[in-house]
Design a protein around this ligand. Structure first.
Ligand code: MG
Length: 504
């Protein structure tokens, strides 16, 4: 089936050797999904061993003389098409990662982060950063040494090497530019919106209790209307909502049920749907190849944010879906569609990033970025983290956390070694708005389409412009291909001003 796009014999040889590696990744995704949904708690340790063995096996296959020889031959080929070049680009990154980072360092990282993760949980539970301090210092040290191994020509510093792991080609300079454009306007927009009071900071719908079983059917109904393919996907429950792609024919999502405040359950389902749709709409000819999945965290998050912010958090969505949701959520009979819209768009300062509204969300990331970049570059010491966090929270969000649990201990990322990851969340929001602008140039107002429940044209546009490529194009090229320009904060700012300031 892959023959149509992969013509080079040398690349086809690489792809046939890649199939067992693909199968290992498929299995690891399945294990990860199970781990977060149905695995009995006592299985954790054994599962960890199984996973580590599979990772080692993957590394062995990728670095085997046979595979590397086939790769070297393919690299010398000329006149390769965009998909073939994509395969080699993605594999080169994978192989280089394993070649450049010594096995001992990878093992040390696994050890240090496993320990740190445990300590972080304990410290978070007690709200005391001091319990986590030494582990964070070890993580920063390991990640800094990892960055030294990955540092390449054209990178300005160690932090660039870490960013590139999560968002290919992204540099601290790109992030600085983006964040400096966003910060001032978002802080002033936030004040304006709070003063105007149209978008409430508290809404009675937050207190309305629902039946989780009925809520599940409400989520299923919305997902069905948006166009989630239940023949190749399913909706389950987990502690934190997530999406897993096994292959192109099995892409699963989860949500959560708190029993009240139904926007949390529905919003998560819509967000994860965006991630899933990306995977499900990749060109089928790329199945079982290294380019048969989403290209980067930032581009992936743009797809989830698109559906969450630009489709779901709209008056049009509330108008279309509120009547359909009333049979499942009877309390909605007491609320107008406008109430529901304002409830979806509550604006208020929050301590916790994942609870933040659209305006605040990027500011939460800016403060993490400034701290973690400082840690890697050596301008911030581990001991300074809690104090610095609180100062920046006051500066950007206007709140000082009463304890470290609501402050610098809230996110799992640093304990897991994910330094350089946070900026991809903002790329998601910003790129979603940029993509929406391009889509509207061709299809007209998204709100109009949503109001009429016409989601197929939106899905089709995203498939054609973004999804079908898989990882064949690197992120920056994909953005240019889909929107005609480089990533810019402009459309996000225009979008968010228009949405929140027009009611002030
Ligand atoms: Mg996401």
């Amino acid at each position: 089936m892959t023959e149509e796009v992969f013509r080079s014999k040398a690349v086809r040889k690489v792809l046939s050797l890649y199939e067992p590696i693909w199968a290992l990744e498929y299995s690891m995704s399945m294990l990860y999904w199970d781990l977060n949904t149905y695995m009995p708690p006592g299985a954790a340790e054994e599962r960890g061993v199984a996973r580590a063995k599979l990772v080692a096996l993957k590394q062995k296959l990728l670095l085997s003389p046979e595979f590397r020889e086939a790769f070297r031959v393919a690299e010398k080929e000329e006149g390769l098409n965009v998909y073939e070049r994509g395969v080699l680009r993605v594999l080169k990154r994978e192989i280089e990662k394993y070649e450049r980072i010594p096995r001992e360092l990878l093992e040390e990282e696994a050890r240090v982060t496993t320990e740190a993760r445990k300590k972080w949980e304990e410290a978070k539970g007690k709200g005391d950063f001091r319990l986590f301090r030494d582990d964070l210092a070890r993580v920063v040290d390991v990640e800094r040494r990892k960055a030294e191994c990955l540092l390449k020509e054209g990178m300005a510093g160690l932090y660039d090497a870490l960013l590139d792991l999560y968002e290919e080609g992204l540099t601290a300079r790109d992030v600085d530019r983006l964040f400096s454009e966003l910060t001032g306007p978002l802080i002033s927009l936030f004040r304006k919106v709070l003063d105007a009071g149209y978008f409430p900071s508290k809404h009675p719908l937050e207190e309305e209790a629902y039946d989780p079983e009925a809520m599940k059917y409400a989520n299923l109904l919305v997902l069905e209307k948006l166009g989630y393919d239940f023949n190749r996907g399913r909706l389950d429950v987990s502690a934190h909502p997530f999406t897993t792609n096994m292959g192109l024919d099995d892409v699963r999502i989860t949500t959560w049920y708190q029993g009240n405040d139904f926007r949390r359950s529905l919003g998560a389902a819509v967000h994860e749907f965006g991630h899933a749709l990306y995977e499900l709409q990749i060109d089928r000819r790329l199945a079982r190849t290294p380019v048969g999945e989403g290209v980067s965290l930032g581009v992936h998050e743009s797809q989830s944010r698109f559906w969450e912010n630009i489709v779901w958090r709209t008056r049009a969505f509330a108008e279309h879906f509120t009547p359909l949701l009333r049979p499942f959520l009877p309390f909605l009979r007491r609320y107008s569609t406008n109430d529901v819209y304002r409830y979806f768009c509550i604006v208020r300062p929050e301590y916790i990033r994942v609870e933040a509204d659209e305006i605040h969300y990027p500011l939460h990331v800016v403060l993490r970025y400034e701290i973690e970049r400082g840690l890697i570059e050596g301008s911030v010491s581990v001991d300074e983290v809690p104090q610095l966090w609180n100062e920046k929270m006051e500066k950007y969000i206007g709140l000082t956390p009463p304890n470290d649990r609501l402050g610098c201990l809230q996110d799992v990322h640093w304990s897991a070694g994910y330094i350089g990851y946070f900026p991809t969340y903002v790329i998601g929001s910003v790129l979603a708005a940029q993509i929406a602008r391009s889509l509207e140039k061709e299809l007209g107002s998204i709100e109009e389409l949503v109001r009429e429940g016409r989601f197929a044209p939106i899905r089709e546009w995203l498939r054609e412009k973004v999804h079908r490529w898989g990882s064949a194009l690197p992120p920056k090229e994909l953005v240019r291909e889909a929107t005609g320009e480089d990533l810019t904060a402009r459309y996000f700012l225009e979008y968010i001003e228009a949405k929140y300031a027009r009611c002030c």
